[in-house]
Design a binder for this molecule. Structure first.
Ligand code: DHB
Length: 510
């Protein structure tokens, strides 16, 4: 063997490898980092390195949104394996640019904990480019989700170059962003998304995550209308003030819900089957747990909103059984520092011995509706039923020309005045891809093992059934679920960060 030839061959090979590393557009380039700092609410300064404006797919369609930012704290957490918080700022199913960390939400807190933060942008129902002189909508479902999945893949693909452990990704989002987080958690590595991701030029890597943090997820969109009317129908002629046509739609939708609930085959934590018959008691158990926690914290809950209380249950800690009450343990008792109902101060109830024994659900729902007016039916797939305006969800399922679309047979039939109309095959596929309920417990899917789900006890943006079904299905399929309806919380996210971050550290591997 000619030594010189071999050496030349080796050197040429090494040069090609180096060139490849530099020409692979999906390889993370550590040299772009810039030093930045964040000042936290307590005045503490958190230094970190920012890597911004990174394209996470090779076939970029919308350069405004298909980038991500990565933030690496200068002082990494003292852990063998440091988690990565992937925060999406999607709201209203709209597009979202890659953002920088904020001292007032989970991103700033994560950096100050020494965790790595990734904030991807993603296309959405309003992202638009000019194509052949015309508006071309780039982000209709499932494009925004595909972008976020591509961002997860990017982190995995570059695990050797990006600080933090891509096997410990926590996704976080609120509302439509909470829905995206739930989808990232529920659909890991499922082949249904594979061809689209490949066509986008997403990294060839896994896209499952370790934990999903979902604040008030607006999800299960194709059942959300019936779930809303089944729950809130009791307010139709009261605080909701619906007209006759709206009441008719509300009743029609509500009538479809029991079959859906029964089809889910869910069980309570003790194995009791959940059906439309006992489901309202199940909802009540979560609301009562929320109110009970609030009372324990000294919140005043007026008698007028439906709760009944039992005093003097037998000494410190509340003691014995709850007479006339619901003894089901809530799925998780977490939720400390839930905001108070009205002014705290002198508690009306003895903190050690009083507890919530009952709830008139209809009364409480009327209260919720009196705080924030309810959506009118259909709450989500509204276009063409009683009004023509597309909802954010109609836009989400619309087309590249910017038109909205129906995503349920119910609304399609009403809009077309055709009782036999059904969604076409492609729409059925898109609707399926956007619903985490379809993937939890399904084969060939890596569902996140850890879930933190919150939905405010007075949040009416979607029905309580949506987060409860999500949490219950996850729990029923063996996932670690921390679920609570925080008292007096409206539609919001990234609150009670002490709770969130103590949960994160509790689920991290040793
Ligand atoms: C959001 C809120 C909604 O009520 C809705 O229908 C969709 C999205 C949001 O805040 O993201």
């Amino acid at each position: 063997m000619n030594y010189k030839l071999i050496m030349t061959g080796i050197l040429a090979g090494a040069a090609t490898m180096t060139a490849m590393a530099h020409t692979d557009p999906l390889r993370f380039n550590p040299s772009i980092g810039t030093a930045q700092t964040l000042t936290m609410p307590d005045g503490k300064t958190v230094p970190y390195t920012a890597y911004e404006g990174i394209f996470y797919v090779t076939n970029v369609e919308d350069s405004t949104y298909q980038t991500l930012n990565i933030y690496v704290p200068t002082k990494m957490a003292d852990l063998k394996r440091v988690p990565i918080l992937l925060r999406t700022y999607v709201g209203g199913y709209a597009a979202s640019t890659a953002k920088s960390p904020s001292p007032s939400d989970a991103t700033g807190r994560a950096l100050s904990e020494g965790y790595v933060v990734c904030i991807p942008g993603s296309r959405g129902n309003n992202s638009v480019i000019k194509k052949d002189g015309k508006d071309y909508y780039t982000g209709r479902a499932p494009k925004g989700l595909l972008d976020l999945k591509a961002a997860v893949r990017y982190l995995r693909y570059n695990d050797d170059l990006i600080p933090g452990d891509s096997e410990l990704i926590f996704t976080d989002g609120t509302s439509a962003g909470g829905a995206m987080s739930s989808l990232l958690g529920a659909t890991g590595n499922n082949r249904d998304y594979a061809d689209d991701l490949k066509a986008m030029g997403a990294a060839d890597a896994r896209d499952d995550v370790f934990g999903a943090i979902c604040y008030c997820p607006i999800t299960d969109l194709n059942h959300a209308d019936m779930e809303y009317e089944w729950l809130y129908g009791c307010t139709n002629t009261g605080v909701r003030h619906l007209d006759e046509a709206q009441i008719a739609i509300s009743n029609e939708l509500a009538a479809e819900c029991p079959a859906y609930i029964n089809s889910l085959g869910l069980t309570e934590a003790d194995g009791t089957p959940l059906t439309a018959d006992n489901y309202k008691d199940y909802i009540k158990s979560f609301l009562m747990a929320s109110a009970h926690r609030a009372v324990q914290e000294g919140c005043e809950i007026p008698d007028s909103i439906g709760f009944t209380f039992y005093k003097d249950a037998g000494g410190p800690g509340g003691g014995g059984p709850r007479p006339g009450g619901n003894n089901r343990p809530p799925m998780d008792q977490d939720g400390r520092q839930a905001p108070s109902f009205g002014p705290t101060g002198t508690p009306r109830f003895d903190k050690t011995s009083d507890f919530v024994t009952g709830l008139d659900l209809d009364k409480y729902l009327s209260y919720v509706a009196s705080v924030t007016p309810l959506k009118t039916p259909p709450a989500f797939d509204q276009m063409g039923v009683l009004i023509d305006t597309p909802s954010p969800e109609n836009a989400e399922f619309g087309n590249t020309a910017g038109d909205g679309a129906n995503f349920t047979d119910f609304s399609l039939r009403h809009r077309l005045h055709d009782p036999k109309a059904t969604l076409d095959k492609e729409m059925t596929r898109r609707v399926k891809l956007m619903n985490p309920m379809n993937y939890i417990g399904s084969e060939n899917t890596t569902v996140a093992p850890n879930w933190f789900i919150r939905h405010g006890a007075k949040d009416r943006d979607t029905s309580f059934l949506v987060p409860i079904n999500l949490a219950t299905k996850l729990q029923n399929t063996g996932k670690n679920v921390n679920f609570f309806l925080p008292w007096n919380r409206p539609h919001s996210g990234d609150y009670n960060l002490d709770d969130l971050f103590s949960w994160i550290s509790s689920v991290l591997p040793e």
